[in-house]
Design a protein around this ligand. Structure first.
Ligand code: CO
Length: 226
């Protein structure tokens, strides 16, 4: 308690202030949450999700990890997306990166950091995909910032490729996936103008169709007869 004294004191002040402004705020919020947005951002302590978009508790469902990466085998992130899409029924999923991201920077360097290097491989894959474009930047900071943007764009696509988002679209649910990037020096959020709201927006390789009932059986038949 004594080590976190300041935090507990701050908490009492914060709750008091909100209670004074709206006495029913916490009791109302305790009954349910119905956020319209899922936010997937970097764990960086300087990118304060709710505050920077002026939203209150209850308005933003949040998942954060190092360098805002969405991996289709990460059960943690997938569970957040599934719950947000299917139970909370959010309307928008936002990937928010930030310029000067330490995780993205580490992925550009070849210094062994340990376990995290495995995580950073996902960003290295983005780096490799856009290697030719990134090589055009002679300024290292500009190259880093462009990779920060490209990483957001690729993670937006990764979200769209998940079964949860594609199934939601197939069931005519209105849900859009967006990408934006935050500037630490100014506090300004920039729209990267990347937005997906239907399965047709995706590369055909990733588009999923509902399986026909006997498709598996017929495949076996084809295999047996060929
Ligand atoms: Co970061």
């Amino acid at each position: 308690m004594k080590h976190l004294k300041k935090l507990y004191e701050n908490n009492i002040k914060w709750a008091d202030r909100i209670n004074q402004e709206k006495p029913t705020f916490f009791s109302d919020l305790s009954k349910q949450q119905s956020p319209d947005y899922l936010w997937i951002g970097c764990s960086d302590s300087r990118v304060a999700s709710e505050q920077l978009v002026g939203l209150q508790p209850g308005e933003l469902f949040v998942h954060r990890n190092i360098a805002n990466v969405v991996v289709p085998t990460d059960l943690n992130c997938l569970s957040v997306i599934q719950y947000a899409v299917e139970i909370l029924k959010v309307k928008h999923i936002i990937v928010c990166g930030h310029y000067g991201c330490g995780g993205v920077l580490a992925s550009m360097q070849s210094i062994e950091l340990g376990l995290i290097d495995n995580w950073l491989c996902h960003i290295k894959n983005v780096h490799q995909k856009y290697q030719h474009e990134l090589q055009e930047y002679s300024d290292e900071t500009e190259r880093l910032d462009r990779l920060c943007e490209l990483n957001v764009i690729e993670q937006v696509k990764n979200i769209c490729h998940t079964t949860m988002v594609q199934r939601a679209w197939r069931n005519n649910k209105e849900i859009s996936v967006h990408g934006c990037i935050y500037t630490l020096e100014t506090g300004i959020l920039k729209d990267l103008n990347v937005r997906y709201s239907q399965v047709q927006d995706l590369n055909a390789i990733f588009q999923l169709r509902k399986a026909k009932k006997n498709v598996y059986k017929s495949n076996i038949t084809v295999m047996e007869t060929s």
